[in-house]
Every structure is written in C-alpha cells, then in structure tokens.
Design a protein around this ligand. Structure first.
Ligand code: GLN
Length: 484
C-alpha cells in the first residue's frame, strides 16, 4: 500500500478497496517502526489522523470525495497547525501551539487529506542538510550516514522512506529541490506568490514559497492543485486562476525548447552527477525536445546576493521572538534586557544567530547601501538573465545539486561550503521563478536530481515536462533499501 502514489491511492480509496482509516493506520505503523532510524518527524499525530480518516471515509461514502480525500500527508513543521505544536525546528518554538491553521494546512484539510504529523527541518529553514534542527539531524533513507538535504529534509526523507505518500515543503533558496534531489523524490517550488505564505513561519519573506514533495510529478500536480490560489491574508499572494495541473500532464513535448545554462555545468559539479544529467537530457531529446545552450551570466552572484538578502530579511522577521509574546523564555530574568538577550541566546541555535548577526550588520546605517541595496540590484540582474533566456527557450534544465547526499558532519563546520550546496537553486528564488527537482539517475547508489526551471506561473508546463520524463524512466519509483 505504501508504494502506491497519491493518484493510485485516490483510486483505491474511491473504489472502496481500502478505507482511509486502514491506510492511515498503515502509515502510522510504518512511522512507528521506521522513523526511529531517520528522525524525519518532530511530531506524529495518530489520534487526530485517525479521526480525520474516519471523516474522510464518510465523505467518500457520500460520493463527495476530492482527489486528496483520505490520503495521508505530512506537513513541514514550519506550517502552523491549530492545536498541534509548530516548532520550526527550533528550541524557540518547542512549546508553541498555533491557534490557527496556515492557509496551506487549511486547504489540505478542506480537501479531506489526513495529516499524520509534522516533519523535521533545519532550524527556521536555515540549512541544506537538516543538521541545524533542535530535534537532531534527519538521516537519508538511502544511506543513514548521509544527510537528506535541507531544509525540508524531514519531508523528503519521509516521502522517500514511504512514511507518507506526500509532504509539504518550503523553498527559500532550494529547500524543496535540494532535499528532493538528495532523497530521490519529486519536488516543486512554485512561482513566488502562487502558494499562500499565511501561517507559514517567515524566514526571508521575499523568497519563501511553499510547495509539494511527492514521488511523482503527477502527485505534485494533485497537491499543488489543492495548495495554490489567491489568499487575501497574504499581501504577496497573486490573484490569478489556478491552472489544471493534472489535465496538462500528458501534453506532447515534441518541439519543447530546453535551455542548458553553461554556468550550471562548470567547475564544482561532480562529474558523475553531470553524466546522469546529460543522460536525462538525452531522454528529452528522444521525446522530441530541442536543446539549446544558453548563458545566465550573473549566476556566480546568486549565492553572495542571497546571503545578504536572506539574512537581512530573517534578522527582521526573527525580531518578533523576544521571550515576551510567545515561544521560549529564559528562567529568572534579572531585568528586561536580560530577558531579551538570554531568551534569544538560549532559544536560537548557532546558524540562526549567525544569520541574524549578518543580516543586522547588512541593514545597519552606513552598510545598507554597500550590502543590502547592492544585493537587490544583483537580484534584478539575475531576473534579467532569466527574462532573456525565456525569450529563447521554454524551460531551463541542469542539476539540482552539485553532488549527491554528503555525509552527516561533512560540511557542518564550514558554512560557506554548505551554502554552495544551493548554487543551482538559489537564482530561481531571487527571481521568483518556479523550479522542480525530478529523480534522474543514481551515482554510487545515491539519487541525482534534475532541475527544471520555468517561466513565471508555468507550473503546469514544468509538471508536464517532468511527467513525460517519468513515463519513460523509472528513477522516481526506486525505493531505498529497507523501505520498499
Ligand atoms: N540552504 C539555504 C539556506 O540555508 C536555503 C534554505 C531554504 O530554502 N529554506 O538558506
């Protein structure tokens, strides 16, 4: 049952071959048995899940099922869930129970999906390896000595290990695509503004975007259909109809123009990963696509610009955690300043503090123009690179990550090396473009992800392009050993 995709589960549920209660119990049992070795979940909610499953079964019986009705789903612990702890992977929010659901959570609930729990993540979504979580690192199910990627590493590991058929993630600089690549699953970061950020704990507000993580593009299409859409509670949400993502999956891709940026295949890319990506591109050629070499000349500025913009926004967003309103408060503060400093000092981990310090510095009078303003200008140059590229091609392809999953601890003490894990993903966030990662090969038994970047609001095409590939390859259906 756990090897079925969301699309297949929807069919067996609606045909009455299995009930949502049975299915939910099956996944809960798997989480209980297998998650101890992975640490993909921060919180598991079996009672609430079984209750929701019962309600879903009634809805299916009444003939009122939506595609996700009765399907178990996990949410990244960055999405507020009413009555269930939302920790954001931080000691700061270890005791925080939101009084409301995030819009994304609300929409899954309305569709009848069954939440089985909240997945582990890097603290406040800052990281590429899931090692910064207050709740300990997540292990990659393909090799538990290796990281699952981050920051949505818990979601990626849970889906890869078949502990949930789908999970939500968020992507500020690559946190859906990079862990999807490292765990051999499919993930989509939508266009900025496509999915509501309301109730999604803010890291860098101009970059953050929630999206689906599942085994197939078809499942991502089903999930995105439920998640996407205008939300008046999010001022950056875009009022624009949601496309029929599932309906577009089978569109013919003969004549599709694929751009390969030469900057994505240069130094720093593992040669075995490069070969796997080239083989994937060859599959696209067989499907009738045309390949064009392009250039995104400002690519080398993406990581440095991101590490000014993201920390600047995070230093402002995280100022709300003051030990007074909610979250962690230190014991016996001497006075107000002691309360602030010790609550933040004890509540935040090292990476979060590093970002707050960099961001505060970059925004301070005298440095604002030199750093923040300059980074914003670079952001425009990067968007222009993509704008020009999309005059020539329909999609851009390359690797999602420069290497396969690395060892736990390998990059933990070297922030700059860690930051370079997102060298191919960050530019799409700076420009606000949608991007996907699709399983496209294996190197030494570890998955490789193909990245597909599209033009604004071209999610339907990305999913179509990924689905066509998955019809002629089977990388997406490989399960890590021990989790089949
Ligand atoms: N790894 C990047 C960072 O640490 C991106 C994280 C993310 O997308 N949330 O900021």
């Amino acid at each position: 049952m756990h090897n079925k995709t969301i699309a297949e589960l929807a069919t067996v549920l609606q045909q009455g071959e299995v009930s949502s209660v049975e299915l939910t119990q099956h996944f809960i049992d798997r989480i209980e048995k297998l998650d101890a070795g992975l640490n993909a979940f921060i919180t598991v909610t079996p009672e609430a899940a079984l209750q929701a499953a019962k309600a879903a079964d009634a809805r299916i019986k009444a003939g009122e099922a939506a595609p996700l009705t009765g399907v178990p789903i996990a949410h990244k612990d960055i999405f507020c869930t009413s009555g269930v702890r939302t920790s954001c992977g931080s000691r700061m929010l270890d005791n925080f129970v939101a009084p409301y659901d995030a819009t994304v959570v609300e929409r899954f609930r309305a569709a009848g999906a069954v939440m089985v729990g909240k997945t582990n993540m890097d603290e406040f979504a800052m990281g590429s390896s899931n090692e910064t979580s207050f709740y300990g690192p997540v292990k990659n199910p393909w090799d538990t000595e290796r990281v699952p990627g981050g920051s949505s590493g818990g979601s990626a590991a849970a889906v890869a290990a078949r502990l949930a058929p789908g999970a939500t993630g968020t992507d500020t600089g690559g946190s859906i695509r990079q862990p999807a690549a490292l765990c051999g699953i499919t993930g989509l970061k939508p266009t900025y503004g496509r999915v509501s950020r309301w109730g999604m704990i803010a890291f860098a507000s101009s970059l953050d975007q929630g999206g689906p993580m599942a085994r197939t593009a078809e499942d991502c299409a089903i999930m995105l259909g439920a998640m996407a859409g205008f939300d008046e509670r999010d001022s950056t949400s875009i009022e624009r109809p949601v496309d029929d993502y599932v309906g577009a999956l089978n569109t013919d891709i003969a004549g599709l123009k694929i751009g390969l940026p030469k900057e994505y295949f240069g130094e720093g890319l593992d040669p075995d990963v490069a070969r796997a990506i080239e083989a994937a591109i060859d599959e696209y050629k067989k499907l009738g696509a045309e390949v064009v070499e392009i250039s995104l000349p400002n690519t080398h500025l993406a990581v440095p610009a991101y590490y000014v913009v993201a920390p600047a926004e995070c230093s402002s967003n995280l100022s709300r955690f003051d030990g007074v309103r909610y979250g962690y408060r230190c014991e016996d503060p001497k006075d107000l300043v002691d309360l602030y400093t010790r609550s933040r000092g004890e509540g935040f981990g090292a990476e979060v503090k590093r970002r707050i310090m960099i961001g505060t510095y970059a925004l301070s009078a005298g440095y604002y123009d030199a750093y923040y303003l300059k980074a914003q200008k670079i952001r425009r140059l990067i968007s222009d690179d993509f704008r020009k590229a999309f005059e020539q091609v329909d999609v851009i392809m390359g690797p999602s990550s420069p290497s396969t999953a690395f060892k736990v601890g390998e990059k933990a003490d070297d922030p700059v090396t860690m930051y370079l894990s997102d060298i191919y993903t960050i530019a799409a966030n700076l420009a606000g473009l949608p991007g996907m990662s699709v399983p496209a090969g294996e190197v030494g038994g570890l998955p490789v992800g193909l990245q597909i970047i599209g033009n604004y609001f071209d999610e339907a095409r990305l999913l179509n392009v990924a689905h066509r590939f998955q019809q002629v390859t089977d990388w997406h259906s490989h399960a890590p050993r021990g989790f089949e």
